[in-house]
Design a protein around this ligand. Structure first.
Ligand code: HEC
Length: 196
């Protein structure tokens, strides 16, 4: 009996080690004293000149609204190729299922939705970037908020890609530079689409 108990205790201790080494490792705990530092306090002040992530919060970027309370006319982050690429990836995962891959409202969900179907995203092109950002962040009528699916940066990326999609669907072919036009015509013929 005694042997069995010892064995159990041994197993439990070994289990602990295996399961959670962080429980047993040496460390300092919040608000506890510590003789490691000269001042005897475990918690350290932030090094001079550093900022916590939360302190980087920029109200306009987060809310999509300007100081006048109106939606920002333009993206508050730099428009880069990477941003648009991220936006495309997130749009195709999160939004396309309802609004369609090119945002025209052609989707399986739209076809089967008995309530208001997801509309084309090419109708309100005049609306400011901040408005699209707000729709994603807060939802719109029947559409829920996607704030929990997309970080602030990703939401702006989706807006950037949405702008590219809107342009792609209402640009006249004769306004495109000749070389690009040839590339487009070629891909149209081959039916393989255009590499970004
Ligand atoms: C589950 C389906 C669904 C998903 C996913 C979805 N939407 Fe929507 N969206 C809707 C519906 C439905 C409406 C119309 C709601 C209403 O009018 O009550 C709408 C409306 C909108 C509008 C307003 C359009 C207008 O002309 O008024 C925008 C902009 C929009 N969505 C963008 C997005 C973006 C960007 C994403 C991805 C982050 C997204 N939606 C994801 C269903 C969806």
């Amino acid at each position: 009996m005694r042997k069995a108990l010892l064995l159990l205790a041994g197993l439990a201790a070994a289990g602990c080690d295996v399961l959670d080494p962080m429980m047993v490792q040496q460390k300092v705990k919040t608000y506890r004293p510590s003789d490691f530092y000269e001042d005897g306090i475990a918690m350290r002040p932030a090094p001079a000149g550093t900022l916590a992530r939360e302190e980087l919060f920029v109200p306009e970027v987060e809310s999509g609204l300007g100081p006048d309370g109106k939606p920002l006319p333009r993206l508050p982050v730099p428009m880069t190729r990477e941003l648009v690429a991220t936006g495309r990836q997130r749009f195709e995962v999160v939004c396309a299922v309802c609004h369609g891959l090119v945002g025209d409202g052609e989707s399986l969900v739209a076809r089967n939705m008995s309530l208001r179907p997801p509309p084309s995203l090419h109708l309100k092109v005049q609306n400011p970037d901040g408005w699209f950002y707000q729709v994603i962040s807060q939802g719109f009528g029947l559409m829920p908020s996607y704030a929990s699916h997309l970080t602030v940066e990703e939401r702006w990326a989706v807006v950037a890609y949405l702008r590219a999609l809107q342009l792609s669907q209402r640009t006249r072919i004769d306004t495109i530079p000749a070389a690009e036009r040839a590339r487009l015509m070629q891909s149209e013929k081959s039916g393989q689409g255009v590499a970004p």
